[in-house]
Design a protein around this ligand. Structure first.
Ligand SMILES: Nc1nc2c(c(=O)[nH]1)N[C@H]1C(S)=C(S)[C@@H](COP(=O)(O)O)O[C@H]1N2
Ligand SMILES: [Mo]
Length: 493
């Protein structure tokens, strides 16, 4: 008697286990289906969930996972998103499965699971295609795989196998078609997670000062030799490594995108930027390091210098050593490069003036002897490392009568160690509050200083770079080697 009951209970448990399993398998089949149609794009269900996970993970944890786990932190997010996705959608599929079995109407179960699944997928992704991609495999599995009302082990096994067959089928479609859409679809899953957490880090570390941009600029200055930007089709675009090399190389956009991918903060400043001008900005760039590509071409020793050329007939020459630390970017703040910033690919050369960060890049020519670049032919000396600068862009009169001043400070790869403020024309100096540094070296910092003015006061700002060198006081114009000097301003109460 006891034995009989036990075996009945265990049969029941077995039945529930099986139904859970089949429901989960159907859900995974559905997720594959979504992937098959939209690939690793923001429209993929898991990508969409990942957005929420990244946004709602407490800032502290995001910072911790990035600092301590690095990329593993991003995988943690992705893993969590996959589990959440399967869990969430399985509630629907399993419910549908039970419904179909209880009513002895498998079709009803299939319709229920797929319709509600499509609804949820659409709410999450905003994409009909992605949602339908999910719904079809779920409908097929839930309609055709449910076990009979009285589950003998044999029938159970058969329905599980059917469900697995469905999952493998849609997994195969995902493998074949999901990848094809990947390039077109925008950022990949890992990119979306990594970029969002980096951008979040920058938001956290920004000082909140009215009137000036946070650590990632809201806009980005633009300097072009032409008034109309080139339009480049990335499928027709390629990058060549030519000149004094053992092996000429050529890379298509797709080939570049499949290289190891990094997200780097990098500040740019134009050599023509006035001392307290606005041609200085920071962004998060996505791309791949140049050095491994150079290695494939094996540059021969010549002048140890290189010429970069672009679609707009722009060209700049500078030391090969600087290029080795460079980066080829196709993404900016989580999107493809805007046309005005060099779509499809631009160079980023850490620590150097903006002008050698060539946009719409097409050729890296290793030179035999020194040559002049576009701006150097016009008298500029803008191919070297940047000068140290501290800008004063915000003067905010607070309600308590004090004045908050602030801005950005930048010294390229030397970094900013300190910003000092004088409110008496340079007699005495005080430390400003600095924003925490960003993970990458070639980035600016924000500074802030608050004081109670009396009458008219002359405020002076100066930066000390990461080597401990005080920014030179001597004033010079931007032409030809970049502006120098301390920014000075009169502030009244
Ligand atoms: N192909 C090309 N690259 C270029 C330029 C250009 O005119 N054409 N301008 C340069 C200059 S002078 C600067 S300061 C930076 C500015 O980059 P941004 O427009 O993305 O801010 O790009 C550099 N790269
Ligand atoms: Mo520039």
């Amino acid at each position: 008697m006891n034995l009989l009951r036990n075996s009945e209970i265990s049969k029941k448990i077995q039945r529930h286990d099986r139904l859970l399993l089949i429901g989960t398998i159907a859900t995974i089949a559905g997720l594959f289906g979504s992937f098959a149609l939209v690939g690793l794009s923001p429209r993929f269900i898991i990508t969409a969930i990942n957005q929420y996970v990244v946004t709602y993970t407490p800032a502290l944890i995001v910072r911790w996972t990035i600092l301590l786990l690095g990329d593993a932190g991003h995988y943690l997010h992705i893993g969590l998103s996959i589990l959440l996705g399967i869990g969430l959608f399985s509630v629907i599929t399993v419910t549908g499965l039970y419904l179909g079995i209880d009513r002895d109407e498998p079709l009803l179960g299939g319709i229920f699971s797929s319709l509600f699944g499509i609804g949820l997928a659409y709410i999450l992704t905003g994409s009909v295609v992605s949602a339908i991609g999910y719904g079809v495999p779920v409908f097929i599995v839930i309609t055709f795989a449910p076990p009979e009302g009285d589950p003998t082990p044999d029938l159970n096994r058969r329905s599980t196998l059917k469900a697995i067959a469905g999952m493998i089928g849609s997994g195969g479609l995902a493998a074949v078609f999901g990848n094809r859409t990947q390039i077109k679809a925008g950022n990949t899953l890992s990119e979306t997670a990594a970029i969002e957490s980096q951008l979040q880090l920058a938001r956290q570390r920004s000082l909140d000062i009215e009137g000036i941009d946070p650590l990632v600029s809201n806009g980005f200055y633009e300097v072009d030799i032409n008034s109309v930007n080139p339009t480049v089709q990335r499928d027709k675009w390629s990058l060549q490594i030519t000149g004094e090399v053992e092996q000429k190389r050529e890379f298509s956009f797709e080939e570049l995108r499949n290289k190891p991918r990094e997200h780097r903060f990098n500040t740019l400043r134009c050599v023509g930027d006035p001392l307290n001008g606005r041609k200085m900005d920071n962004a998060l760039w996505t791309g791949t390091p140049i050095q491994p590509l150079l290695e494939q071409a094996r540059p021969k020793s010549g002048c140890e210098c290189v010429m970069l050329r672009a679609v707009d007939d722009y060209y700049e020459e500078f030391p090969l050593e600087a290029l080795r630390q460079g980066f080829l970017a196709w993404g900016m703040n989580g999107r493809f490069l805007p046309r005005r910033h060099g779509y499809p690919v631009r160079a980023l050369i850490p620590g150097h003036w903006g002008e050698i960060n060539v946009k719409w890049l097409t050729e890296i020519e290793i030179l035999d002897k020194e040559a002049l670049g576009f701006w150097e032919k016009r008298g500029w000396h803008g191919t070297g490392p940047v000068n140290t600068v501290a800008k004063l862009h915000a003067v905010n009169h607070l309600s308590d009568g004090s004045v908050e001043i602030g801005g950005h400070a930048y010294a390229g790869l030397r970094g900013i160690q300190n910003v000092e403020v004088s409110t008496d024309g340079g007699e005495t100096w005080n430390d400003a509050v600095l924003s925490e540094t960003l993970p990458d070296e070639d980035t600016w910092r924000m500074w802030r200083y608050t004081f109670k003015p009396s009458g008219k006061q002359t405020v002076v700002v100066r930066a000390i770079d990461g080597t401990g060198t005080l920014q030179p006081r001597k004033r010079s114009n931007a032409y030809p080697s970049g502006a120098t000097g301390w920014v000075q301003m009169t502030v009244s109460e």
